[in-house]
Write a protein that binds this ligand. Structure first.
Ligand code: SF4
Length: 448
């Protein structure tokens, strides 16, 4: 990466798992509005489901998720009863039985759900939704709490993809981030999953953590590659202590600065690209993986779970802070577990905020998604698809001239492409098309 690129990458820009992004959601979108949106869902098309499990056994000091630390199963048991109510209430508003193409359990750590609770949750989902024959059922797992009984339960209920949080395998880094998880723990989790038929394994890795060096990252990557995961997601640690106060615990170390982060990211990418195909900004997949094939055919999508092959246009999400997407717009559930619980207990909608999509939002969302997925977009063709005048993009093209002068972007008429070696810059390039982005970049994490 050229050092001059750092100037453009200095801005804090969104990860574009949605457009407009969550900071622009507002409370004008309320429960009755979203209930109406659900009632208008086109159930001839498949839908995607997301279930949030906001509990973990231990707090990782880098965590940016919506989660609570629990010492007993009691909060989970209480949560399950409410989750079942939320699922039934939401399904009541749909105009029929939806056909599910993708089910995703995220968190938190979904494996904090005891086996019996997981079965009841699956029973409730299957009672109200039909699954397409090749629907994917994925779960995020903390390998430290993954016993054999849980793995068997997942396999029984059709879970076919597991994402394991690895982050970094260096013992000193693990101590610094308060996540002690030796390689043996990860290996045992992978072996258990595979022995029970859950073959599709994803790993999450992080760079930008305290005490990381090129050598420790390369060692971690060599160790995880030996386990042969299907996909790896490589994220930059987002230090946002104004939102997550406990992240201040990491400030006792010197956190890598922007140029050090860029060096760590480059080293990690190089090691991963020696074996995997790069996907979008931060994923890597085996050459024969469905994600790679989707990327090659232009069918890759981006949603709240990152890159996906799921084509569903409607995403229905359950649990605090979870975000749903319908044809009309986005809606986020109440993020506070106590307030969420009270609303669900009272039989009320727990919508907290959202946004209705304008025609301009849909057009720009499509442009940003293609850039984030394909690294290029034909603005004229995209405008034609949305019956818009491509001239709306002229201010963005003007702004991209500075990027083009530095080799971060190529502009050929209405086509904008990000060269492979500038992949790291895609978020920044996409942000030029974002009409909602303010200069208040502190609300987003650094681009590298
Ligand atoms: S396991 Fe994941 S969600 Fe839970 S505290 Fe650690 S990083 Fe956060």
């Amino acid at each position: 990466m050229k050092t001059s690129w750092l100037t453009h990458l200095d801005a804090r820009v969104p990860r574009y798992t949605s457009y407009p992004t969550a900071p622009h959601f507002h409370t004008g979108i309320d429960g009755p509005t979203v209930d109406t949106w659900l009632g208008e869902a086109d159930l001839a098309k498949p839908v995607s489901l997301y279930v949030h499990v906001p509990f973990c056994a231990k707090l990782c000091w880098y965590c940016g998720c919506n989660t609570e630390i629990i010492k007993t199963d009691a909060p989970v048991a209480n949560y399950l009863e409410l989750l079942l109510r939320e699922i039934n209430r939401t399904a009541d508003f749909l105009p029929g039985r939806a056909k599910v193409s993708h089910l995703h359990f995220g968190g938190g750590s979904p494996n904090t759900l005891p086996v019996e609770a997981f079965h009841r949750l699956m029973d409730a989902i299957e009672a109200r939704f039909d699954f397409l024959p090749h629907a994917e059922r994925a779960i995020e797992l903390d390998p430290r709490g993954l016993d054999l009984d849980r793995v068997k339960a997942y396999a029984t209920r059709g879970i076919d993809r597991a994402s394991i949080g690895v982050q970094d395998l260096d013992p000193d880094v693990q101590k610094a981030i308060h996540r002690i998880q030796p390689l043996a723990t990860v290996t045992r989790a992978v072996e258990r999953l595979r022995a029970n038929g859950i073959e599709a394994i994803n790993f999450d890795l992080l760079y930008g953590l305290p005490l990381q060096s090129v050598a420790t990252i390369e060692k971690t990557i060599a160790e995880v590659l030996a386990l042969d995961p299907a996909r790896i997601a490589l994220f930059g640690y987002a230090h946002v202590p104004w939102m997550k106060k406990y992240q201040k615990a990491l400030e006792r170390y010197t956190l890598p600065g922007q140029s050090e982060r860029a060096v760590l990211a480059s080293a990690a990418r190089q090691a991963l690209e020696a074996v995997y195909d790069p996907i979008g900004i931060d994923h890597f997949a085996r050459p024969d993986d469905a994600l790679t094939l989707a990327a090659k055919s232009g069918a890759l999508r981006r949603n709240f779970q990152g890159y996906t092959t799921d084509l569903a246009e409607t995403l229905i999400s359950f649990g605090p802070s979870a975000i749903s997407e319908t044809a009309q717009g986005y809606a986020q559930n109440e993020p506070d577990l106590r307030r969420w619980s009270a609303l669900v207990e009272g039989g009320q909608s727990n919508v907290y905020r959202g946004i209705a999509l304008s025609h301009d939002d849909r057009l720009r969302r499509a442009v940003i998604e293609r850039l984030m997925c394909d690294l290029n977009v034909d603005l004229e063709a995209m405008a034609a698809r949305y019956q818009a005048d491509p001239a709306v993009f002229l201010p963005a093209l003007d702004r991209l001239e500075a990027y083009a002068a530095d080799g971060m972007v190529e502009i050929d008429g209405w086509r904008v492409s990000v060269p492979d070696e500038a992949r790291i810059a895609v978020r920044s390039v996409a942000s030029v098309f974002d009409r909602w982005l303010t200069s208040d970049g502190a609300r987003h994490a650094a681009a590298v």
